[in-house]
Structures are given as structure tokens and as C-alpha cells.
Design a protein around this ligand. Structure first.
Ligand code: PLP
Length: 428
């Protein structure tokens, strides 16, 4: 039966049998009991599937991963303890020291540091490209040792819509997978696999949880990238793993190989596992994602339209506005809406921006976006403060940029609060 995405949100991933709990149980157990050591050995060898230690996998987390997998249209998925862990695992699962990544420069500050600072220390280099670059400029970023392309479907915080066609074809022309962080639109508004993306990542901390309660991440594999066709590039996928008695992930596990490798090696060694209770909270909150995303987008559209005509705001970026630079791409790739985040230009310098934010009463100042409560953030002063002015420009984050995350309150109340804060700041 083919169902709509908002139905999958509610019912996907968990299908109880007769007399079983209607909601997934929280399996708060670190370990699992077996009657034979023989069977336990087979589990450790990956020759049989099953649970043995929650650092690697847990039934509650798997239920939620299965729901997200269905929503994205993937073949296998895993949860991680954070979005940072998801993006690191997604890349490190296929990149070794000496390898190279092509990444969009318009990405979340934490991911920018991960790729541009920390992974460089592991001798994995990167070339950052402006997502609006020409196909030729994108082409020039590739090297013989390039192993992946990374981008965000809708960038945080600049809400630029990715030109999927341009990025997907460049990656595939070079025989490497493209990994897309789909945190902002969520699968409700965008399913990157339908546009040819190979691997999708999430910070579930944002809309998926949606209530600012649990930090988490997810990786979904489309199963579409043919690792065996590029054996020289991805030995970790296509050659025997000595740390697992010689299994070859792409061969022995077929389309599930990428996620099994990330679980077997990276979860085993780095242990960025979500707590089962956190996975359960995420799973429960995911049930309302369809309804919430609709409201977030509706509110953001109203606020953006109001801000666009207010003389105290110098510019508004929201792909839902007909005049927006990314409107056409949004219509093409996210026809039902984008997200609740809009970017505003508040002129007058750092002190004035701060005065406006300090005058807000309903909308809170928070290092967060994408939850039920409206909030604002001044990236140049917080999440992106490590970047130089030049890097800020490159990341699409100006000195006057304020990121406003529209919650699911009544839009009129959000607008009234912004209005009074802008007035109050003028007289300060
Ligand atoms: C927040 C965020 C991350 C990092 O996720 P955490 O859950 O905070 O670790 C990665 N990518 C995007 C687009 C984000 O918004």
C-alpha cells in the first residue's frame, strides 16, 4: 500500500502484532541475553543479525530509524546521538586519511568546523564551493582523491535551496556519492533520494524532535550507490574488513552494506549512540511532524511577507517569497514548502541588532532553531563567531543577518512581538 508522507510519520517503522503494545516499548537495556555462546559468536561475527549491546544497536532506536528510513525512501538507516555524529559518520564511513571531500560552503557552522578543521587533522581535506557556483566551478573542485560531495538541501542559517541536479550530476560524473543534510526541510518537504542523492543525514534535534527536547541524528542510505563499480575508491566498502573476520560490506550485505559498516565499525569504535529513551521521545514527536511542518511553513510565510514590506528590515530571505533568489529552486525541489526559518537583515550595526533582540517578549533568544517555540539567533555573534568576515560572507552569513525560527504559535502574535521590539529598539 502506498501511503502519503504524513501518514508514514504517524505509522511508519513500528507494526505491532496481536496483543503487542500500541506504541514502541522503550528497551532500556544495555545488553541482551542468549542461551548459547555459539549464537553470541555469530552475532559478533555479523553472520547473524540480532542485538547484543546497545552501543551498536537497540530495538527502540531501530524502530525510529526504520520510520525515518521509510519517510526518506531509503533502504537502511541508523540513529546517532547527534547531528554532528551523523555527518561525521556519513563521511568517515567512506573517507580515509589522504582522501578529499567537495562540500558546499553554505552549511551549518558545526559541520563547517567538522569538515574544514577537525577532519583536516585526520588528513581528510576539503574544497568548499559556493552552492551557487557554475557547473564548471563545481567541476574544478574535484580531485583524483575526492570521495564524497556534501551539501545541505536547505542551508542553515541562510536558507539557500540546493540545486540538486547540478550537485548530483557532478558527484556521479566523478564516481562518488553525494551526501545531503536534509535537516531543515525534513522529508515532509523534500526527499533528496528522489533527486538522486545517495545518502541523507539529519540533525533530528531540529524539526524532527521539534520540541527542543532531545539532541540526535540520523543517517539514511538510498542503497543506490554502486560501491563495487568503484572498488579502488572505496576499499573500506569493497575489501575484507580484518576487524570483522573478513566481511566485505558492499558484497556480503548488498544495499545495507553502508549502514552496517557505519554501525559495525564507527558505532563500535566511537560509540555515538542515542539513549533508547531519547530515541523513543524522537519517535513520538515524529508522529506530528507532518502537521507541524505545515504550520511552521504557514507562519514563516506570513512573517516573511510582513517583514518584506517593513522599512525597518532591510531584506528578507525566505524561499517562499516570490521574489526570493531561491524561489524557483524551492518550487522545483520543495513544492509544498521549505521550513519555518527565515533570515532577516536588520541594519544599524551589532548594538542595534542586539537591542532589537533584547526587546523581544514572546520570541526568545536561543541557540536553537526549528522547534515549536519561535526563537531568534544572531549567527555572526554566536554559532558562526569563529569565522572571519570573509568566511562569513562565503557561508552566506552577513553581519546584519538575524535568523528567525517561526514556531507553531499564532502568526499574528509572532508579528506583533517583532513589531514592538523594532519600535522599542529605536528609542533605546
Ligand atoms: C543543528 C544542525 C546540525 C548539527 O546537529 P546537532 O544535533 O546539533 O549535533 C547539522 N546540520 C544542520 C543542518 C543543523 O541544523
Amino acid at each position: 500500500m502506498s501511503t502519503h508522507i504524513d501518514t508514514t510519520c504517524v505509522q511508519g517503522g513500528y507494526h505491532p502484532g496481536n496483543g503487542e503494545p500500541r506504541t514502541p516499548p522503550i528497551v532500556a537495556s544495555t545488553t541482551f541475553k542468549y542461551t548459547s555462546s555459539e549464537q553470541m559468536s555469530r552475532l559478533f561475527d555479523l553472520s547473524e543479525s540480532g542485538y547484543f549491546y546497545t552501543r551498536l544497536s537497540n530495538p527502540t532506536s531501530d524502530t525510529v530509524a526504520a520510520k525515518i528510513c521509510e519517510m526518506e525512501g531509503g533502504v537502511a538507516a541508523m540513529l546517532t546521538s547527534s547531528g554532528q555524529a551523523a555527518n561525521f559518520f556519513a563521511l568517515f564511513n567512506i573517507c580515509n586519511a589522504g582522501d578529499h571531500i567537495v562540500a558546499s560552503s553554505a552549511i551549518y557552522g558545526g559541520t563547517y568546523n567538522l569538515i574544514n578543521v577537525t577532519m583536516r587533522k585526520m588528513n581528510i581535506s576539503c574544497t568548499l564551493v559556493n552552492p551557487d557556483c557554475t557547473p564548471e566551478e563545481l567541476e574544478a573542485a574535484f580531485q583524483p582523491n575526492t570521495r564524497a560531495v556534501f551539501a545541505e538541501s536547505l542551508s542553515n542559517p541562510s536558507v539557500m535551496v540546493l540545486d540538486f541536479e547540478k550537485f548530483v550530476s557532478a558527484a556521479h560524473n566523478h564516481g562518488v556519492p553525494i551526501i545531503v543534510d536534509n535537516t531543515f526541510p525534513t522529508p515532509i518537504n523534500c526527499r533528496p533520494i528522489e533527486y538522486g542523492v545517495d545518502i541523507v543525514t539529519h540533525s533530528t534535534t531540529k524539526y524532527m524532535d521539534g520540541h527542543a527536547t532531545v539532541v540526535g541524528g540520523a543517517i539514511v542510505d538510498s542503497g543506490n550507490f554502486d560501491w563495487m563499480a568503484h572498488t579502488e575508491k572505496f576499499p573500506g566498502m569493497t575489501e575484507p574488513d580484518d576487524s570483522y573476520h573478513g566481511v566485505t560490506y558492499a558484497k556480503d550485505f548488498g544495499k545495507a552494506g553502508y549502514i552496517i559498516k557505519a554501525t559495525a565499525q564507527l558505532m563500535r569504535d566511537f560509540g555515538s549512540t542515542p539513549a533508547p529513551i531519547n530515541a523513543w521521545i524522537l519517535g513520538t514527536h515524529l508522529e506530528s511532524l507532518g502537521v507541524r511542518m505545515h504550520r511552521h511553513c504557514e507562519n514563516a510565510q506570513k512573517v516573511a511577507e510582513w517583514a518584506a514590506q517593513d522599512p525597518r528590515i532591510s531584506w528578507v530571505t525566505y524561499p517562499g517569497l516570490p521574489g526570493d533568489k531561491y524561489h524557483a529552486l524551492a518550487e522545483k525541489y520543495m513544492p509544498n514548502g521549505t521550513c519555518g526559518v527565515i533570515a532577516l537583515g536588520i541594519p544599524g550595526g551589532r548594538d542595534h541588532v542586539s537591542a532589537v533582540l533584547d526587546s523581544l517578549k514572546l520570541v526568545s533568544i536561543a541557540t536553537h532553531v526549528a522547534d515549536a517555540r519561535s526563537c531568534v539567533l544572531y549567527p555572526a555573534g554566536t554559532t558562526h563567531r569563529q569565522l572571519t568576515d570573509e568566511q562569513l560572507e562565503e557561508a552566506g552569513v552577513g553581519i546584519d543577518l538575524v535568523r528567525l525560527s517561526c514556531g507553531i504559535e499564532n502568526a499574528e502574535d509572532i508579528i506583533a512581538d517583532l513589531d514592538q521590539a523594532l519600535t522599542a529598539a529605536e528609542t533605546k
